[in-house]
Design a protein. Structure first.
Length: 138
């Protein structure tokens, strides 16, 4: 979705999920934390089955953020929408040429999987793998 452009990198873009054609398989949410729940509700209404919430400003900041995350979790508990996040790097699937993160680039596809609780560590390892051209040797 992009409220400023109707075409991005040669592909059509809609101003909102409601304006998109078809339900879509997956949404990547990168909006201020106070807007995440409404974005997910719009996705659910459109039939989107999964989302990655990159946005921060939830439990990790305490107080209001923790309450916002509790509300988000309570709502998600009653929906079929599957969510990774909030406040996460996202995930990458090199064999599918899919990068659902804010990390630049795409590592080569190979037989190695990496899961991390730390986005900073994951980005460092992505950089290291790129420098060593990991994936191409396998």
């Amino acid at each position: 979705m992009n409220c400023a452009a109707s075409v991005i990198q040669g592909l059509p873009a809609a101003a909102s999920i409601a304006d998109a054609t078809g339900p879509g398989d997956l949404a990547v949410i990168a909006v201020p934390s106070r807007e995440v729940l409404s974005a997910l509700k719009a996705c659910a209404a459109k039939g989107v089955g999964a989302a990655v919430v990159i946005s921060a400003g939830f439990r990790e900041i305490g107080g209001e953020g923790a309450a916002r995350e509790d509300e988000l979790r309570a709502w998600l508990g009653t929906r079929p929408l599957r969510v990774l996040g909030p406040n996460c790097l996202g995930w990458i699937r090199p064999a599918q040429r899919l990068n659902l993160t804010f990390a630049p680039g795409l590592p080569r596809a190979g037989p190695i999987a990496f899961v991390s609780h730390s986005g900073a560590l994951a980005v460092a390892l992505l950089d290291w793998a790129s420098d060593l051209d990991l994936g191409s040797r396998w």
